[in-house]
Design a binder for this molecule. Structure first.
Ligand SMILES: Cc1cc2nc3c(=O)[nH]c(=O)nc-3n(C[C@H](O)[C@H](O)[C@H](O)COP(=O)(O)OP(=O)(O)OC[C@H]3O[C@@H](n4cnc5c(N)ncnc54)[C@H](O)[C@@H]3O)c2cc1C
Ligand code: SF4
Ligand code: SF4
Length: 418
């Protein structure tokens, strides 16, 4: 029987895998790469472990987040979280732009945080050198370190695992993560002024959902990587926009091979997206409302081909985020032009409907006695009302079908849990 609140969070499909609980209580809570359920926390089965879990739940945004803490003024802010200003642009550094997922704006901003002295390090994720299917949370202190993370990894990753290291660091540390990673970090910062003072900037990448390790293995099968090969590189995005999915491996004689590159549309559309976790399907923040800056793809202005030079959509969420983007543009490290504040809806045309469907999915879950996340102050019901009748019914009936098909009432148990 589950007793601690973090294990319950995992069991009830509320955990996003951000890693904040493990980062705040290292040694008592650790993140485990479960191939089906994602990267999830395992709490030590001791009194100290359970006490850590009771403390950690205060900084977990998996079950609830509070949009009333956000400074929102009009209908655009109501839908997407605060949008102070928006730009479309790219890194002036051509290698960063090339390696980046869209236009390399995140890595360019992170490098500017180091070069301008705003931060002494940047917390982000990078592929693990010993197994590039997996990711690790790192703190980088120079351009080379940041380049390890350039390009989106459509896989389980827990950047908030750095929270303990950030608190212990001698320098201010900027933070990069998905919206859910930033939401927990924001919650931790609100509850701990010393931590808040250590994080001068948060950057969120837009996120439609993180696939699991099984999805990555299916991608490797599609790329023709032999089971007995040693994987040395796996790219999901980048090296042009949106980039090709491609792997490199060593054979038994140590010879290096490169797979064919498959387009993003095939890799995401036919392989990866089907393995997004259920928590992602009831996620109501795909664009990083709790960050200082959020960055995504300007899909309304689509790429020509797969590997041409990329562009990023950059959104300032807070006054300090806006000032930082403006300073990066003035310093010439970010080449960007202003866009209207309504640009997110144009760039991500399906997302508002997705947010509306989330209300129907959550109601359907609660009606079946299942736990569902809460986002205080976010008008999801109004978004649901804007859906067609068919989409409304689908959000509820589709959820019931999925709950039954995937037996979502069964508690999630993580491999390696004691
Ligand atoms: C799972 C996933 C889903 C996405 N869905 C969308 C979407 O629906 N719409 C959209 O517009 N954009 C989406 N993106 C974001 C998009 O792919 C780009 O990351 C974004 O445009 C920023 O590009 P960039 O070139 O400026 O960033 P880069 O300069 O390439 O930097 C990317 C940064 O993101 C970090 N990062 C990469 N993967 C992860 C991860 N799994 N978890 C946490 N941090 C990570 C890296 O450490 C790096 O710092 C998604 C990204 C991911 C990882
Ligand atoms: S803090 Fe993050 S990793 Fe820990 S239980 Fe909550 S959502 Fe999951
Ligand atoms: S869809 Fe939401 S919950 Fe899922 S990984 Fe992305 S931000 Fe996190």
């Amino acid at each position: 029987m589950t007793t601690d609140p973090i294990t319950k969070m995992v069991a009830c499909n509320l955990c996003t895998g951000c890693g904040a609980c493990a980062g705040a209580y290292p040694g008592l809570i650790r993140m485990v790469d479960d191939p089906v359920n994602g990267r999830r926390p395992v709490v030590a089965a001791t009194p100290n472990g359970r006490a850590a879990a009771r403390g950690a739940v205060a900084l977990c945004a998996g079950a609830d987040s509070d949009w009333t803490t956000l400074d929102r003024t009009d209908a655009i802010d109501a839908d997407w979280g605060p949008v102070l200003a928006a730009w479309e642009g790219w890194a002036a550094d051509t290698e960063i732009r090339h390696r980046g997922s869209s236009g390399g704006a995140v890595t360019a901003l992170a490098a500017f945080a180091l070069d301008s002295g705003l931060a002494g390090g940047v917390a982000h994720i990078a592929a693990r050198a010993d197994d590039p299917r997996l990711n690790e949370a790192v703190i980088s202190r120079d351009r080379a370190g940041l380049l390890r993370g350039a390009g989106s990894r459509y896989a389980q990753a827990s950047p908030a695992e750095t929270l303990g290291r950030i608190a212990a660091d001698d320098h201010p540390i900027a933070f990069i993560g998905k919206p859910c990673d930033v939401a927990s970090t924001h919650k931790a910062m609100r509850g701990d002024k010393a931590l808040a003072d250590k994080i001068p900037l948060t950057i969120a990448i837009f996120c439609a959902g993180a696939p699991n390790l099984n999805a990555t293995d299916r991608l490797l099968d599609r790329l023709g990587v032999p089971k007995d090969g040693t994987l040395v590189d796996l790219r999901y995005r980048g090296q042009g926009w949106p980039g090709l999915m491609q792997a490199e491996w060593l054979d038994g004689d140590g010879a290096r091979h490169r797979s064919e590159g498959i387009p993003y549309a095939e890799g995401w559309g036919r392989i990866l997206q089907a393995e997004r976790r259920w928590r992602c399907r009831v996620c109501a923040d795909h664009t990083g409302a709790f960050a200082d800056i959020s960055v995504g793809d300007p899909w309304h202005n689509p790429p020509e081909g797969n590997t041409n030079a990329g562009r990023s959509l950059i959104v300032a969420r807070t006054p300090r985020g806006r000032a930082f983007v403006e300073a990066a543009i003035a310093a010439g490290v970010l080449l960007a032009q202003a866009r209207g504040r309504d640009v997110i809806a144009a760039a991500q045309p399906n997302l508002k409907a997705t947010h509306g469907a989330v209300w129907g999915r959550r109601i359907a879950m609660r009606a079946m006695g299942l736990a569902a996340p809460r986002d205080r102050g976010l008008a999801l019901f109004a978004m649901w009302r804007g859906l067609s009748l068919r989409a409304k019914l689908q959000s509820v009936a589709g959820t019931w079908k999925r709950v039954i098909r995937e037996r979502l009432w069964r508690p999630v148990v993580i491999e390696g849990a004691e």
